[in-house]
Design a binder for this molecule. Structure first.
Ligand code: SF4
Length: 254
């Protein structure tokens, strides 16, 4: 019976969609090794695109600020954490500032929060190596007690004056990289980039507009910081919703 066949076919498609959804949720929530392994095969491999002009401009920007002391954080940092990723990113992820591990390695998001960010990105087939760039609002480690850089747990959010001093670097990075989308991680980076006073729980999952130094309009999606997810795993579901939206937006640009 054609009618029955069609209904059956719709049911099977719907079941397949549910399984796909479950696979991705499992990856983000880290519940199931089988689905984790299954999902590690990327659905779409994106060819590497590199622009020597962008690289030259980014290198020059790094050189300009490598010894920066434009705010007090420059006096206590171990290494400047400039950013990392590809030169033509689908998404620029923006955090607030380096922590203990990042300060030692000179790389963004390399501690526990960074591991979770990598999982979150992988859940929608994004990675530092192929499709994103990761940077922070401030490039040097803000510490509660700057006399004890050897202490873990000595991190603090950057002060408004520190963010104001450092933001021009990120603005230039955005202008050079020209990402398809920006995803701000947490309240601090969202407020700094979007010049808003709204808290992250109020505005996450909604799209905003950022205008670059070259007057290009880039859509910004705020979501929770991975460190907040480590403290409160309940927030993972909201981040998963935000990542699905981001994946959908990216797919519309391909
Ligand atoms: S945080 Fe930014 S402005 Fe302050 S010293 Fe470091 S690079 Fe310079």
């Amino acid at each position: 019976m054609p009618g029955n066949f069609e209904t059956r076919s719709q049911e099977i498609n719907s079941l397949k969609e549910s399984v796909r959804e479950y696979v991705k949720t499992s990856e983000l929530f880290g519940e199931d090794e089988f689905f984790r392994t299954l999902h590690q095969t990327p659905l779409v491999e994106k060819p590497a695109q590199e622009s020597s002009d962008k690289k030259a401009r980014l290198d020059a920007l790094y050189g300009k600020y490598a010894e920066c002391k434009n705010c007090p954080l420059g006096n206590t940092r171990n290494k400047i954490v400039f950013g990392m990723g590809v030169l033509n990113p689908d998404v620029l992820f923006v955090g607030e500032g380096p922590g203990f591990e990042e300060d030692r390695k000179g790389l963004p998001f390399v501690g526990r929060a960074g591991e979770l960010l990598d999982k979150i990105m992988a859940s929608i087939n994004l990675s530092r190596e192929k499709s994103v760039y990761i940077a922070n609002i401030v490039k040097c480690h803000p510490m509660k007690n700057p006399d004890r850089p050897d202490l873990r747990g000595n991190d603090r959010p950057p002060e408004p004056s520190e963010m104001a001093a450092c933001l021009p670097i990120l603005e230039e990075q955005i202008d050079i990289l020209d990402p398809k989308f920006i995803c701000t991680l947490g309240s601090v980076s969202t407020k700094a980039l979007l010049k808003t006073e709204d808290g992250i729980s109020r505005i996450r999952g909604r799209l905003f507009e950022y205008v670059s130094l070259s007057h290009k309009k880039i859509q910004v999606l705020p979501t929770y910081h991975p460190a907040a997810l480590l403290r409160n795993p309940e927030l993972k579901r909201d981040v998963w919703e935000d990542m699905k939206l981001l994946q959908n937006l990216i797919s519309q640009t391909l």
